[in-house]
Design a protein around this ligand. Structure first.
Ligand code: ZN
Ligand code: ZN
Length: 146
């Protein structure tokens, strides 16, 4: 293991601990998978985790992702027509660009930087806490091939 790997694993473990969870090899592997590939489905996380921990089940990965999401360590997004996607970038109220053809997902900064960055014309008495914006369109590679 290189020094960089050790440092990164240490940072991931610290993140898990600070969320009030016990650090396990499986939890570390799930967080590492999301560090390598943001906006991943549980299946994709499972494939990455299995590279190092072959006995891991999809159920176990779902369990870890659910615990991480509840602890605020991971954000879950679910664009229409897509399986739930998970990412480590939390708390910055960023939004997403989603390709209508291939499903590619990109982060876009929130212009305001804090939730809620937009409010309905009439909130009808709701105390609005957040707004999730999904921008739909064709990604550059789908534009190039269409
Ligand atoms: Zn595309
Ligand atoms: Zn994102």
């Amino acid at each position: 293991m290189t020094v960089t790997d050790a440092t990164e694993a240490g940072a991931l473990a610290a993140g898990i601990r600070s969320a009030g969870l016990k650090v396990t090899a499986q939890r570390l592997a799930v967080l590492q998978a999301l560090a390598d590939a943001p906006h991943a489905t549980a299946e994709r996380v499972l494939a990455a985790v299995r590279a190092g921990l072959p006995g891991t089940s999809l159920q176990a990965v779902y369990g870890v992702l659910t615990a991480f999401t509840a602890a605020g360590l991971v954000r879950r997004i679910e664009p229409a027509g897509s399986a739930a996607l998970f990412e480590r970038r939390v708390g910055d109220n960023h939004h997403h660009l989603v390709c209508t053809a291939c499903g590619a997902v990109q982060d876009v900064e929130c212009v305001v930087g804090e939730a809620p960055c937009l409010l309905p014309a009439d909130a009808q008495g709701f105390a609005v806490q957040s707004a999730e914006v999904t921008f739909w369109g064709l990604c550059p590679s789908c534009r190039a091939s269409s």
